[in-house]
Design a protein around this ligand. Structure first.
Ligand code: ATP
Ligand code: MG
Length: 232
C-alpha cells in the first residue's frame, strides 16, 4: 500500500521455470513488486536473465509456475478465460520486441486494427486514431504503408496501435531495440506524453540506460529476482 492506494500490478513470490530435455531451469525465483497507477516503470538486466519472461507474466500472456500476479486488485490466475480476454482487450496494451505490424497496410489501418477486431465502426476508430497520430507528431505519415516508414516511425505506430483502445497499462518489451539515440529519445518523450495526457501506467523493458532514465521507478532483474534502483 502507498498512501492508501492499491497497486495496479502486484506480484508475490513470482516464479517461472522452463523444462527442456528433462532439465528444469528456474528463470524467476521469487519476484515481488508493486506498481501503482500513473507510474512509469523500467526493467533492465542482462540478456537472458528473464525480462521478457517477466513482462509476459505481468501482462497475462504467460502463466507462472509459482507465486501470484494481481492486476487491478484481482488474482489473474483465478480469472476465467473470458474474463482474461476482456481484461487484455480493454485494459492492457502491448508493444513487443518484434512489433508485428502489417507491412502492406497503412499506418492508420494498422493503428485501427484493434478497433476493427472489436467491431467498432471504422469512422469512429479513425477519429480516435487520428488524434493519436497528432499526439505522435505523425499526422502526415498516416496513409503511408508501414513498410515505407523508418524503424523509429514503425515503432511509434506500434505504440499507437497498443494505445488506441486507451489501455490503463502499456507493457513494452525493448521498444527502442534497433533505434538510434534521437529515435530512442522520441519514444521516451512519447511515453511521458501518454503517461501525462492519458494517465497510462507504463511498464517497459530496455537495455538502454537513456530510456530507463525517463521512468519514475527503475528496477533491475538479476539472478531471478527484481531489485529497485533508488532514484538519484
Ligand atoms: N518458452 C521457453 N522455453 C524454454 N526456455 C525459455 C522459454 N522462454 C524463455 N526461456 C529461457 O528463459 C531465459 C530468459 O529468457 P528471456 O527471453 O526472458 O530473457 P531476456 O532477459 O528477455 O533476454 P533479452 O535481453 O536477450 O531479450 C533464457 O535462458 C531462455 O532461454
Ligand atoms: Mg527479452
Amino acid at each position: 500500500m502507498r498512501g492508501g492506494l492499491e497497486p495496479i500490478i502486484l506480484t508475490r513470490s513470482l516464479e517461472r521455470s522452463f523444462q527442456s530435455n528433462g532439465l528444469e531451469t528456474q528463470v524467476l525465483k521469487g519476484v515481488d513488486c508493486a506498481i501503482y497507477e500513473n507510474e512509469i516503470v523500467s526493467i533492465m538486466g542482462a540478456s537472458g536473465v528473464g525480462k521478457t519472461t517477466l513482462i509476459h507474466l505481468l501482462s497475462t500472456l504467460d502463466t507462472p509456475t509459482g507465486g501470484e500476479v494481481w492486476l487491478f486488485g484481482r488474482d489473474v490466475t483465478k480469472l476465467s478465460s473470458n474474463e482474461l480476454a476482456s481484461l487484455r482487450n480493454r485494459r492492457l496494451g502491448f508493444v513487443f520486441q518484434m512489433h508485428h505490424l502489417l507491412p502492406e497496410f497503412s499506418a492508420l489501418e494498422n493503428v485501427c486494427m484493434p478497433f476493427l477486431i472489436r467491431g467498432t465502426p471504422m469512422k469512429e476508430a479513425e477519429k480516435y486514431a487520428k488524434r493519436l497520430f497528432d499526439l505522435l507528431g505523425m499526422s502526415d505519415r498516416m496513409s503511408t504503408p508501414v513498410k515505407r516508414l523508418s524503424g523509429g516511425e514503425q515503432q511509434r505506430v506500434a505504440i499507437a496501435r497498443a494505445m488506441v483502445t486507451r489501455p490503463n497499462i502499456l507493457f513494452a518489451d525493448e521498444p527502442t531495440g534497433n533505434l538510434d539515440e534521437s529515435a530512442t529519445d522520441s519514444i521516451g518523450e512519447l511515453f511521458r506524453l501518454l503517461n501525462r495526457e492519458l494517465g497510462t501506467t507504463i511498464v517497459f523493458v530496455t537495455h538502454n540506460p537513456r530510456l530507463a532514465k525517463i521512468a519514475t521507478r527503475r528496477f533491475v532483474l538479476s539472478k531471478g529476482v527484481l531489485e529497485e534502483i533508488p532514484n538519484d
